[in-house]
Design a binder for this molecule. Structure first.
Ligand SMILES: C[C@@H](C(=O)O)C(=O)SCCNC(=O)CCNC(=O)[C@H](O)C(C)(C)COP(=O)(O)OP(=O)(O)OC[C@H]1O[C@@H](n2cnc3c(N)ncnc32)[C@H](O)[C@@H]1OP(=O)(O)O
Ligand SMILES: [Co+2]
Length: 133
């Protein structure tokens, strides 16, 4: 695990939350991206070497829609950057973590991503991401 790559925050309205985080961080989002396969619209803010990812649902089956329905807006996941996502999957599986997708999928911001079930990580949804070179 190289560093915390981003913290994902579930929001109801991306435009409204973009303004809040722009004020909070003192700089606007540097990137906006829809990830259709995850049912999300995202925006990214830089905080030193780390990022904040705001996520709004684009359909009612989106993980973000379900999360907001159950828990409300707030921190949705923590993403760690890894060097070699396939070997990390094997390492974490052998340690007993529940990998939600064993085949890495294309995430936002030019990354391959894998999620670990929050039931196996003290209630925190974990994302692993590897930069696509
Ligand atoms: C674009 C990309 C990127 O950065 O590149 C992204 O981040 S995409 C980010 C959006 N994509 C994802 O999140 C993909 C991975 N997520 C998933 O597969 C799903 O959301 C699950 C994490 C499996 C949860 O699915 P679902 O709510 O349908 O399952 P479930 O009803 O069985 O829920 C199981 C339990 O997990 C809890 N739960 C659900 N989401 C949670 C979250 N984010 N953090 C902590 N706990 C969570 C539920 O409240 C429930 O707890 P109780 O049993 O106690 O009620
Ligand atoms: Co993410």
């Amino acid at each position: 695990m190289k560093k915390i790559e981003h913290i994902g925050i579930a929001v109801k309205n991306l435009e409204v939350s973009n303004l809040i985080f722009e004020k909070l961080l003192g700089a606007p989002a540097y990137k906006f991206e829809d990830v259709e396969s995850e049912g999300v619209s995202t925006s990214f803010f830089a905080v030193g070497p780390n990022k904040i990812e705001l996520l709004a649902a684009t359909n009612p089956d989106s993980p973000i829609a379900k999360f907001i329905e159950k828990k409300g807006e707030g921190i949705h996941h923590i993403a760690f950057e890894v060097e070699d996502i396939l070997s990390e999957i094997e390492r974490l599986k052998s340690e007993g973590f529940v990998v939600l997708n064993e085949v890495p999928k294309k995430g936002a911001d030019n990354k391959l991503v894998v999620f670990l079930h929050p039931k196996s990580t003290n209630g925190v949804l974990i994302e692993l991401c590897q930069e696509i070179k």
